[in-house]
Design a protein around this ligand. Sequence first.
Ligand code: DSN
Length: 421
Amino acid sequence: MAENSLNVVDPEIAELIRAEERRQTDTVKLIASENYVSRAVLEATGTVLTNKYSEGYPGKRYYEGQQVIDKIETIAVERARSVFGVRHANVQPYSGSPANLAIYLAFLKPGDTVLGMGLPFGGHLTHGWSVSATGKWFNPVRYGVRRDTGRVDMDEVRALALEHRPKLIFCGGTAIPRTIDFPAFAEIAREVGAVLAADIAHIAGLVAGGAHPSPAGHADVISTTTHKTLRGPRGAMLMADSDEHATALNKAVFPGLQGGPHNHTTAAIAVALHEAAQPEFKAYAAQIVKNAKALADELLARGFDLVSGGTDNHLILMDLTPKGIGGKPAAQALDRAGLETNYNAVPFDPRKPFDPSGIRIGTPSVTSRGMGEAEMRQIGTWIDEVVTAVAKGEAEAEDVITRVRREVTELTAQFPAPGLS
Ligand code: DSN
């Protein structure tokens, strides 16, 4: 039994995995936080490293047999330091939310104040939103974006920081289409004596590839997942320059929050960081941004209302109110047409989070498939055709969806996705 392949042991799950692979192959994946990892990253993830416990850090473990694991984790840490230009890196957080929770544990006591971007404005749950432990156990204060520009108002951030004197300030988030001003956040954090955490989960690959300014040298702590624009396995990292901050973060990750690190993930992070250090990755990061701009331009030309009027990075957030349809039915119709997105709140959204006004799209995955600006214009056209037909409740909306689904399959066949057979 133990030597049999997945096909033999569990054909049901094996077939479902193949079905998901087929689905990923012939859809246009526009979810801004997803990507396709390389064959090499995929291989590292599915290895015997999953069999090993390694609580602790290289050279200081609570289990024997770390001869190989120590080397792998050390390589991952060194590559993270080099790619992001920081002195310390912890590659053990299981994902972004535990990584961010470790920042609280490292620097705050329950009830202390955290200043973060509100969820409906593009922040993350763990930046102090009410339903998250970070909003329940700490005292959250939130900044947003300006109604007229859709961009963060640094004067508002500074005024809130001076009024509430947070111990921790988060910048970054999950639905921010514009460049994050790390130096301006750092100046405010210094003024009020707060720790500045830059959550670059969405833009880590752009930072690594030089397509977005780096928080290194500005933020006290950098938090990131490894599976979005960085194109690694599902995991996370915490980085810092000062020894004091790094020590506090390490203690918070283990033994503060986690047990043994996921060594197969650590190895795959190391591989992804190796790939991110190659010259081709710079070109990849630049193309993600070019593609997002091309897609944004097409959507603007077709009358879509983009939050902040466009994008500087990999992500576009659109308010579908002027199109006369909510984000959820639009995302569902697009999914049936083979265009995978997620419905999303927009700033000042009058609708509920489970039925919001917008959809969020991004270009990391389509860029990983080698698509360029011409394909982005085509995708923008399809989005418009589907959304417009469904919003009008046209009898032929189903015909439009069926036609676009067929054309999507034809396009994806020309652009094989990394890691898929
Ligand atoms: N789920 C991630 C995203 O889609 O942005 C954030 O945690």
